[in-house]
Design a protein around this ligand. Structure first.
Ligand code: 5GP
Length: 206
């Protein structure tokens, strides 16, 4: 029986390793479609337009908002980030699970529009490890690192609003765990209405 795509929202502290995790997940399991966000942030070294993000000017981003082309958008440490609607809708309609790697305000807006979405929160094993990872990434200034750690403390307040917590200690373990959680979501009885109807009908006909 054909199954419908799930919307998976993945949030986590900046520096939790979400980017690496998402890349590994879609590489290992080709059934997942990773949404590419729009942002007004400048590309980091090695990032390309259309791959990690669609890098837009503030004006271009405003246009997308006005045209209602974003599922959600949020401001995060002085830049705007948003999820383009078209890709997500196309992929879900085609039965693929779509992964959004977005911050908390956006996650909550998605949950309002898609109550069946699966919300996962990724965290490093400890605060000290988070700080170490942010510093060793070497892409941000000390001020930006400070701002992101402050933001992490605020974001921690909302961890309980997510469905599952995923502790990113070992990459491979974490990838397997996320895959298992998404697959489990497919099996929820609330998503299996068609199957339940069918087997009931078959049983009555025996
Ligand atoms: P970064 O600048 O490190 O790539 O991303 C900063 C934060 O923005 C991360 O927490 C990331 O998950 C979030 N983010 C990326 N894309 C989106 C989006 O489309 N919407 C929202 N709300 N947050 C996003």
């Amino acid at each position: 029986m054909g199954r419908e795509g799930i919307l998976v929202v993945v949030s986590g502290f900046s520096g939790a390793g979400k980017g690496t995790l998402m890349k590994a997940l879609v590489k290992q399991y080709d059934e997942y479609a990773l949404s590419i966000s729009a942002t007004t942030r400048k590309p980091r070294e090695g990032e390309t337009h259309g791959k990690e993000y669609f890098f837009l000017s503030r004006e271009e981003f405003q246009t997308m908002i006005q045209e209602n082309a974003l599922i959600e958008y949020a401001q995060y440490v002085e830049n705007y980030y948003g999820t383009p609607k078209a890709y997500v809708q196309q992929q879900m309609a085609a039965g693929r699970d779509v992964i959004l790697e977005i911050e908390i305000q956006g996650a909550m807006k998605v949950k309002e529009q898609y109550p069946e979405a699966l919300l996962l929160f990724v965290t490093p094993p400890s605060a000290a490890e988070l700080k170490r990872r942010l510093i060793s990434r070497g892409t941000e200034s000390p001020e930006v690192i400070e701002a992101r750690l402050k933001r992490a403390a605020e974001e921690a307040e909302y961890m309980g609003d997510y469905d599952y917590l995923v502790i990113n200690d070992d990459l491979d373990t974490c990838v397997k765990e996320m895959h298992a959680l998404i697959q489990a979501q497919h099996s929820r009885t609330s998503r299996q209405g068609k199957f339940i109807q069918q087997i009931k009908k078959e049983l009555n006909e025996l």
